[in-house]
Design a protein around this ligand. Structure first.
Ligand code: TYM
Length: 345
């Protein structure tokens, strides 16, 4: 295990069904990274309420995301698994960062533009300030590495800018308090592998997403083997056989997507998949993809079902994780209060 100066943090929103994109872009990587790092994995319930959530469903979703982390292989006794609202320092630091980040920076966030849509006046203030809370999530642990899918890249860049501006704005005070010059480290995004942006099964130009009205567009972690098989068989492709080289994937977004999914599930890369299936028919490849997906997701699904049936156990994991997380976060907040110039108890 590396020292705490190398710390991984990431979060997943408890907003409806987790899908294959969340698994390949994030959760599968969470499991891989726990071999080399101290990891903190958070169910970001405070982010979820930036759009209205049914309170009963929200509680269920929080436990379901925690169950997905554990079922996929995150070790809740070694790593920290918790839900954000149990650690008040996220909100506390977010306020300070609201005062560091600039309006112009937030105005550039494409995710806000997409989510708020045309009715921007009616979006919550929380949805707008969301990236500052995300920066607080990471910086309150002074995390150095953040595994995410491609869609979070811009938010990570913002977190880096906020960290740097805080360090610059308060440089004198940081030094006066005997703290390291780079009080907040620059968090590195970890966006790598063949499935950093899993696309919709119905449209290779659209990201696989929880909010797509078509359930056929995504594979949910809770889908049965039959549902997985049907969705993959119906997945959009083009009439050509599979390409024989990587170059042949250009302008073929659906083929590229299915090959990426296969590569990620099989722990290989697109070239490896082309070596095996290049020149073949999609019907044959799709059958292999069904078998592989069911083999990989089936046990996770079964374990999630088992875990969700025992909410008491999940709540204990979350509570224990929150206590350990808070111990780290409280230390950062004490320093932040001194740096900013607040009088403390
Ligand atoms: P969220 O909940 O939308 O997604 C969770 C993770 O899944 C990744 N992801 C994908 N990866 C590949 N292909 C896709 N189609 C796909 N869809 C989603 C996301 O990139 C993410 O890694 N703002 C974050 C949650 C968050 C966070 C944080 C992450 C809050 N605070 C601090 C890292 C660090 C979000 O909404 O993810």
């Amino acid at each position: 295990m590396t020292s705490a100066s190398q710390r991984v943090f990431s979060g997943v929103q408890p907003t409806g069904n987790l899908h294959l994109g969340n698994y390949l872009g994030a959760i599968k990587r969470f499991v891989e990274l726990q071999e080399g790092y101290d990891c903190i994995y958070c169910v970001v319930d405070m982010h979820a309420i930036t759009v209205w959530q049914d309170p009963v469903e929200l509680k269920k979703s929080i436990r379901e995301v925690a169950a997905a982390f554990l079922a996929a292989g995150v070790d809740g006794s070694k790593q920290i698994v918790f839900n954000q609202s149990q650690v008040p320092q996220h909100a506390e630091l977010a306020w300070v960062l609201n005062c560091v980040a600039r309006l112009g920076w937030l105005n550039r966030m494409t995710q806000f533009k997409e989510k708020a849509g045309k009715d921007r006046e009616n979006a919550s203030v929380g949805l707008y300030a969301y990236p500052n809370l995300m920066a607080a999530d990471i910086l309150v642990y002074r995390a150095t590495h953040v595994p995410v899918g491609e869609d979070q890249k811009q938010h990570l860049e913002l977190a880096r800018d906020i960290a740097q501006k805080f360090n610059n704005d308060f440089a004198t005070s940081i030094a006066a308090n005997g703290l390291p010059e780079k009080f907040f480290p620059q968090p590195q995004p970890l966006i790598a592998g063949p499935a950093t942006r899993v696309m919709s099964l119905r449209d290779g130009a659209k990201k696989m997403s929880k909010s797509d009205p078509s359930d056929a567009s995504r594979i949910n972690l809770t889908d049965s083997a039959d549902q997985i098989a049907n969705k993959i068989r119906r997945a959009k492709t083009d009439p050509l056989p599979l390409p024989e080289s990587l170059d042949g994937l250009k302008e073929r977004p659906e083929a590229d997507n299915l090959i990426g999914i296969y590569a990620a599930l099989a722990d290989t890369d697109a070239q490896g998949v082309i070596d095996e299936f290049g020149g073949g028919q999609f019907s044959q490849f799709k059958q292999a993809l069904v078998d592989l997906t069911v083999a990989k997701l089936g046990p996770i699904n079964a374990e999630m079902t088992r875990l969700v049936a025992d909410p008491g156990h999940i709540d204990r994991v979350l509570g224990d994780g929150a206590a350990r997380a808070e111990a780290i976060a409280a230390e950062t907040m004490t320093a932040v209060k001194d740096i900013v110039g607040f009088v403390r108890r």
